[in-house]
Write a protein that binds this ligand. Structure first.
Ligand code: PBG
Length: 336
């Protein structure tokens, strides 16, 4: 008679991957990817209004701030170890040609100078686009109902140069016009800014995840959308082409945007290029985490850190994120 065993018979040998997950110390020891405050770029929305610190409804914890609030903001970022900011401007006046965007006394130009004065070591990156400065909310000069590519190029070159004149460390064109990296590079060089790098939003998709940002930056287009210049979310090969073109035109760093729905694009870019690669963890990605956390449906800390870890694991060297300050705080006090 054959006795039935009390438990199933084990194979002679099998892989025990659980050995390396036994304790927090063991897990920390074998962890492959950990985000650090140095990885983060924190976006700031600077308004030309005086004495303002207004919370953005769809982005809880994020504020439109005026220049007079910069000292406390920079002190906060400095104490958290965050070394780079990305600036967006909210001008008092808008017009069809975005003239406030390249005004030497414009809001971004003043903000750059002020930040460099208050915190010389803070890396100041400026978003170069017209949409926050046009009364129609589009990213360039309109001819009829469409953004005219070639008429927009000199405008972008002028905006980028004015940012560099004000002291910006890096300019980041986000408009997705063809040829803009080349004209910006040329204009910067001609103005004596040959050492100012261009960080290009090379693979920027026409995304529903920008919704909250448009409230934050007052840049919702008055009609139509941005699908004739931003990329179709379905196109992975085209992202590789956009990145190659921007590098050929002289981009020093590349941004993929949004991040979370495009981790495959980030991974592919990481394998293909050897310049610094950034991912933009955009407003809608932040808003979803905040909203679900408020409802008690997810643990914000866990989900935000998991997201940032995933973006880095996918291959991003640096992450532009509204969670930067929270994440820096959480990382200083690890729960594992
Ligand atoms: C354009 C710009 C946008 C974002 C950054 N730069 C909006 C757009 O293309 O409509 C979106 C960032 C975010 O959603 O967090 N200036």
């Amino acid at each position: 008679m054959i006795e039935s065993p009390a438990f199933p018979v084990m194979p002679a040998r099998f892989e025990r991957t659980r050995r390396l997950r036994r304790s927090p110390a063991m897990r920390r020891f074998v962890r492959e990817t950990t985000p650090r405050p140095d990885d983060f770029v924190y976006p700031l929305f600077i308004t030309e209004e005086a004495n303002t610190r207004r919370e953005i409804t769809s982005m809880p914890g994020q504020f439109q701030i005026s220049l007079d609030h910069l000292p406390e903001e920079l002190a906060d970022l400095g104490s958290l170890g965050i070394g780079a900011v990305l600036l967006f401007g909210l001008p008092n006046t808008k017009d069809p040609t975005a003239s406030a965007a390249h005004d030497p006394a414009g809001i971004i130009q003043r903000a750059v100078a002020e930040i460099k004065r208050l915190a010389p070591d803070m890396l100041v990156i400026t978003d170069v686009c017209a949409c926050e400065y046009t009364d129609h909310g589009h990213c360039g000069i309109l001819v009829g109902d469409t953004v005219d590519n070639d008429r927009t190029l000199p405008l972008l070159a002028r905006i980028a140069t004015s940012h560099a004149d004000a002291g910006a460390d890096i300019v980041a064109p986000s408009d997705m016009m063809d040829g803009r990296v080349g004209v910006i590079r040329e204009a910067l060089d001609r103005a004596g800014h040959e050492m100012v790098p261009v960080m290009s939003y090379a693979a920027k998709f026409a995304s529903g995840f920008y919704g909250p940002f448009r409230e934050a930056a007052c840049s919702t287009p008055a009609f139509g959308d941005r699908r004739t210049h931003q990329m179709d979310p379905a196109n992975r090969r085209e992202a590789a082409r956009e990145i190659a073109i921007d590098l050929a035109e002289g981009a020093d760093m590349i941004i993929v945007k949004p991040a979370l729905a495009y981790l495959d694009v980030i991974r592919e870019a990481r394998e293909a290029i050897d310049v610094p690669l950034l991912a933009y963890n955009v407003s809608g990605e932040y808003a979803m985490v905040k909203a679900a956390a408020r409802l008690g449906w997810i643990d914000e800390r866990r989900v935000a850190l998991e997201t940032l870890t995933a973006i880095k694991r996918a291959g991003a060297d640096r992450i532009i994120t509204y969670h930067a300050k929270d994440a820096a705080r959480w990382l200083a006090d690890p729960d594992e």
